[in-house]
Design a protein. Sequence first.
Length: 373
Amino acid sequence: MGLRPTWAEVDLAAFAANLRAVKDLVGPRVKVMAVVKADAYGHGAVRLAQVAAANGAEQLAVATLDEAVTLREAGLKLPILVLGTSIPGDGVEEAVERGIAQALCTVELAEALSRAAARRGKAALAHLKVDTGMSRIGVRPHEAVPFMERVGRLPGLRLEGIFSHFAAADEPDNAYTELQFRRFQDTLAALAKAGYTFPHRHIANSAAILDHPEMHLDMVRPGCILFGSWPGEKTQRKISLKPTLALKTRIVFLKRVSAGTPVSYGLTYKAPAERLLATLPVGYADGYRRGLSNKASVLVRGVRAPIVGRVCMDQCVVDVTAVPGVALGDEVVLIGRQGEEEITAQELADLLGTLDLELFCGIAPRVPRVYRE
């Protein structure tokens, strides 16, 4: 756990259960590409990818080539797709040598992959990325056939799939999602008419997996739902999700203060009466955001205790006056359950006006991950 009593607990059994729930929902004909980018949303990519492989995921997705290489070096054998793109030529030798598929959306990258395949004597793997309305990367639908006419027969280049990404599948209004899906279907039809087909077609993210079974196609890409997070407030709760991460620390200092005592930077809190305060060795450098100052609560002995004063870089202070028997060394839950009480990542995200996923990804590397089976 390390020498500092602050840690993140990752529930591997919960992650496995969420993955199996997705597989049960989509059925045996649809493959699952488990998205473990950004160090598996802050949970630890290697361990989570291992669990995904052991529980039926057919493929893995990451955001960058270095994330894919980390998985290969850890012994992961499943097909891996890099969802993002890079400057053409960067890393292509590594990608070809390690059998890592690239998102393909430029002729320059296709040609660089083809040259690397010739040098390495191996196939260069890729999935064609189509921009149906996210407007980040990808070949636009009307460009798809001309693009494939230029790259589709490059020696050594193997197109293993075609995909796109929804911009608003988690929103209550489905109109734009349906428009994107029609664009994708029209692109597939145009490509097929021109003689180009692909082993794997995939567009459904977590929200579309739950709300749009007609969009599952050959493969789906669950991300947030694997980590127990709902994509949106209105998303259908078709499966049971289990939270996969808890953030914990311990009380390292206790003190009684009199009325009017200021606490932490900026003197934003002053004790309204005598209070018992506890100092916690966790702060915004650990990913416990400064914006939670004087807003959030933690759990001590199953009782909510409010954050008082500003969250510092490495420490914060909570009011434990109402916690019976509180003592030095008591475990404190910042995210997770203790007794009958629970503080969810979504609760903290709502206080900050952000996503729970942003909080997960923001938990710093200096916070050790402790894995529970």
